[in-house]
Design a protein around this ligand. Structure first.
Ligand code: MN
Length: 198
């Protein structure tokens, strides 16, 4: 069994002007496809074949699984938590959980933006649901994520933002804060709520 590159849930140009068409084409068609192919190559013919991606990531067997399995999982989540109809604020149980964890939506937004902005080099910012059900913001380097034993903070990612330069450089160059601010215009809170409910 091998992993399949998931289709984007919208057209390449759907997130314009916040995320540009060419970035989406390269990011999904080259970067995410590359992680997927390399993950499949890394597990082929080993006893890791047939394991779920979550099982592979819990304690990555080697650097190829850590980097490419992380890249496969992280981007698969990333496309889902964005939508051309996104933006605004969460409602219902998720909104209540955010208020409980951070005090307010604006305080959450500040914490998440700071995590994305201060991640040095390549990595991801996350909103995670911890084992006790509470929410937290964290970030990880490279293609690590909070499912991995090597991560500083553990939980299930329900929102992720890619802050690798390949995610924004064509449109934003070195202006990562502008890209992070634009991301809030496309967050698919319905999907994030679904993931929060598990
Ligand atoms: Mn990426």
């Amino acid at each position: 069994m091998s992993f399949t590159l998931p289709n984007l849930p919208y057209a390449h140009d759907a997130l314009e002007p916040h995320i540009d068409t060419r970035t989406m084409e390269i990011h999904h068609g080259k970067h995410h496809a590359g992680y997927t192919n390399n993950l499949n190559a890394a597990i082929k013919g080993t006893d890791l074949e047939g394991k779920s991606i979550e099982a592979l990531l819990a304690s990555p067997a080697n650097g190829a699984i850590r980097n490419n399995g992380g890249g496969f999982y992280n981007h698969s989540l990333f496309w889902q938590v964005m939508s051309p109809k996104g933006g605004g604020q969460p409602t219902g149980d998720l909104a209540a959980a955010i208020d409980k964890a951070f005090g307010s939506f604006d305080a959450f937004k500040s914490a998440f933006s700071a995590a994305a902005g201060t991640r040095f080099g390549s990595g991801w910012a996350w909103l995670i649901k911890k084992a006790d059900g509470s929410l937290a913001v964290t970030s990880t380097p490279n293609q690590d994520n909070p499912l991995m034993d090597v991560a500083d903070d553990h939980g299930t990612p329900i929102l992720g933002l890619d802050v690798w330069e390949h995610a924004y450089y064509l449109n934003y160059q070195n202006r990562r804060p502008d890209y992070v601010a634009a991301f809030f215009n496309v967050i698919n809170w319905e999907k994030v709520s679904e993931l929060y409910k598990g």
